[in-house]
Design a protein around this ligand. Structure first.
Ligand SMILES: Cc1ncc(COP(=O)(O)O)c(C=O)c1O
Length: 420
């Protein structure tokens, strides 16, 4: 077996992986139609392609409506505003997510209250949610992470019992299902991101889904600076909105991309299944457990790394070595949000600042995932030909077979060491 690439050997993979995003004639035609039609912007809102996308996306998710918007961060803001969350209200959410989850809450004028996650799903721990309630709590934002759904049964019960709004952050979960129903159709509102890396993308973009007519009407007004000049927004109360409209370029591309999504899900599912079969023979790396109530999709595949099975080599070193073999991957894809330098402890703009100071390191499961256990593999690794899965497995096998070398590379080599 070759030496590890991180120690100077040849990498397992030197050729490019599948390209993301995928596109073709439908996207070209859609963009040309927008170009030549001359209606490029989101105004009047929703404009032609945005209206078509809203209908198609709502039908795909299984909700009465979808409202396209600028991005996933402000989809969360819009959802909380549509639910009329009070200024300064507490909104319970996960400690293990992208900063946009917290940023969207802050932008709605609310205070994020972070709680820990479950070890199997890395999603909100419902018991921790209950423990975090205060009289100021008005909503819960549940993130469906990577390929896992939050426990929507328990979260629905908890929120219904307390009269809280349940918002789903579905930035990773376009088409993921819970008991057969799509993420984004289980809470009061579902928030999506269509940023470049996402399973459905126009480079940037977002959407909010809901079954509630009043929330839908408020969303339509809110993305359009609060205007109430369409039949569906006429009955909405005056709301301070912003220009969060989606452009026609984005909406037209999203319509074409949505057509591709079911086949892409199926292609990734088959590749992940084959990868899982091979991985089962590699001790120390395991697949994320799947909740039988859920049907995963794969924004990322988050493997579990057991350092004890790799001579105590820390996860970060393993990830470095895997990257050196030509596998795009990440260990610290997310850190607990409090630790993220993008979530600056700025007392002027960050209402979570005080709590952040009061409750450092209160998220042991999130911290374990972030710093020791999780290996994030992006979804495009599972979109290419079957040889891609072969290369992935070959890289993991190589690291397994050479774990002593990896370990030795961490320690100062004793004189005469075999690995010096
Ligand atoms: C879980 C999660 N929530 C929210 C967001 C914010 O979405 P956007 O980047 O479109 O603002 C992201 C995006 O990366 C995300 O991964």
């Amino acid at each position: 077996m070759d030496e590890l690439a991180i120690l100077g050997g040849p990498p397992v993979r030197t050729t490019p992986w599948a390209r993301w995003p995928e596109f073709g004639e439908p996207e070209r035609e859609a963009l040309l139609r927008v170009l030549e039609g001359g209606e490029w912007g989101g105004f009047p809102s929703p404009n032609t392609h945005a209206r078509t996308f809203n209908r198609a996306f709502a039908d795909y998710i299984g909700t009465h409506s979808a409202t396209a918007c600028a991005n996933g961060t402000f989809a969360i803001t819009l959802a909380l505003q549509a639910a009329r969350i009070s200024r300064g209200a507490e909104v319970i959410t996960t400690a293990y997510s992208f900063v946009g989850t917290a940023g969207g809450i802050v932008a709605a004028g609310a205070q994020p209250v972070f709680v820990d996650v479950l070890p199997d799903s890395y999603c909100l721990d419902p018991r921790a949610v209950e423990a975090a309630f205060s009289p100021r709590t008005e909503a819960v934002v549940a993130v469906h992470l990577a390929s896992a759904m939050a426990d929507m049964d328990r979260l629905q019960e908890i929120c219904a019992a307390r009269g809280l709004a349940l918002v789903e952050d579905c930035a990773h979960a376009h088409g993921m299902r819970w008991r057969g129903r799509c993420a984004g159709s289980l809470g009061d509102l579902g928030c999506f991101s269509m940023q470049s890396s996402k399973l459905l993308t126009a480079g940037e973009g977002g959407a909010v889904t809901t079954d509630s007519d009043i929330f839908a009407a408020r969303l339509e007004a809110l993305v359009n600076c609060g205007r109430r000049d369409t039949p569906s927004t006429a009955g909405v109360e005056p709301l301070l909105g912003h220009n969060l409209r989606i452009t026609e370029w984005q909406a037209a591309v999203l319509c074409a991309q949505l057509e591709r999504l079911p086949e892409q899900h199926e292609r990734r599912r088959r590749a992940v299944e084959r990868f899982a079969q091979g991985l089962a023979e590699i001790p120390g790396i395991s697949m994320p457990p799947v909740d039988p109530r859920s049907t995963p999709t794969y924004y990322q595949l988050v493997l579990r790394y057991d350092a004890a099975a790799f001579e105590g080599v820390p996860r970060d070193r393993f990830v470095e070595a895997l990257e050196a073999e030509g596998v795009p991957c990440s260990g610290r894809f997310y850190v607990p949000i409090h630790d993220d330098p993008l979530f600056a402890a700025d007392p002027r703009t960050n209402p979570a600042y005080e709590r952040q100071r009061e409750t450092p390191n209160r998220y042991p499961i999130a911290a374990h995932a972030a710093y020791e256990e999780a290996i994030w593999l992006p979804h495009h690794l599972f979109l290419g030909p079957s040889e891609d899965v072969d290369s992935l497995l070959a890289a993991f096998r190589k690291l397994r077979g050479r774990s002593q070398h990896l370990k030795a590379s961490l320690d100062p080599a004793p004189p005469g060491s075999a690995f010096a």
